[in-house]
Design a protein around this ligand. Structure first.
Ligand code: HEC
Length: 199
């Protein structure tokens, strides 16, 4: 009697398991999209993307200088560039940044003195601010906007007359972004035919 009951339960289980699997699959197809990488306050200020350090790493630059004169800094400067994973997935497939793309440049003070280091520069915990480049053709007139988050505060879009837009527009190799300096992104754009020679 006991055995028969177990067998019945087991048979019921055989039916329940596929039903659960089907339910799971159906749920998977209607799963909500991940939250957009760019989040704004009610007045349109960009909220600092809290988890950008878990995004896709594009590059680091050391003491980069975009003018002919000396850099004129009294410290070393290291920039790290990240892009949100949803945008990166689309970029890998098309060589283009989709609407919703958020790119972050994180400038940090570099140092040569610390622990066992004898020469060369490493990055310190000291972050300046966060520079953010967002693509959203419905929200921004030129398709993209720049923001500078100081500390953890939300930031207003930088006005379109600022030099951020002109330098990126003239020299950025892919749609106002500096893909020429992002070693894993560049070959994708070259192959997709979206890479302009950003000189
Ligand atoms: C004279 C040229 C120039 C100006 C002006 C400039 N940038 Fe950039 N920007 C660059 C270069 C070059 C890179 C690539 C940096 C690297 O490889 O580390 C870059 C990268 C970035 C990135 C990474 C994403 C991307 O678009 O490639 C952000 C974000 C960014 N800059 C923000 C800003 C903001 C904000 C301003 C204005 C306050 C600004 N930039 C002004 C040259 C410029």
């Amino acid at each position: 009697m006991k055995i028969a009951k177990t067998a019945l339960l087991a048979r019921a289980g055989l039916l329940i398991v596929p039903a659960l699997l089907l339910f799971g699959a159906a749920q998977g197809s209607t799963a909500p999209e991940p939250a957009a990488a760019a989040q704004y306050t009610a007045t349109g200020e960009l909220i600092l993307p809290a988890d950008y350090r878990e995004w896709v790493f594009l590059t680091s630059g050391l003491n980069m200088n975009y003018s002919d004169g000396p850099l004129g800094m009294d410290h070393e400067m290291v920039d790290n560039v990240f892009v949100d994973p949803v945008a990166w997935k689309a970029f890998k497939a098309t060589g283009r940044w989709p609407d919703g793309t958020v790119m972050v440049k994180e400038p940090r003070i570099g140092s040569s003195k610390g622990s066992i280091n004898k020469s060369g520069i490493f990055q310190t915990e000291q972050r300046f601010d966060l520079e953010v480049h967002v693509r959203d053709s419905r929200r921004f007139k030129g398709g993209w906007a720049f923001f500078v988050n100081v500390g953890d505060k939300p930031a207003k879009a930088i006005p379109a007359s600022a030099s951020c837009y002109s330098c990126h527009g003239q020299h950025g190799a892919v749609d106002t972004t500096f893909v020429q300096f992002y070693p894993t992104a560049k070959p994708i754009a070259v192959k997709a035919g979206t890479f302009a020679d950003g000189k």
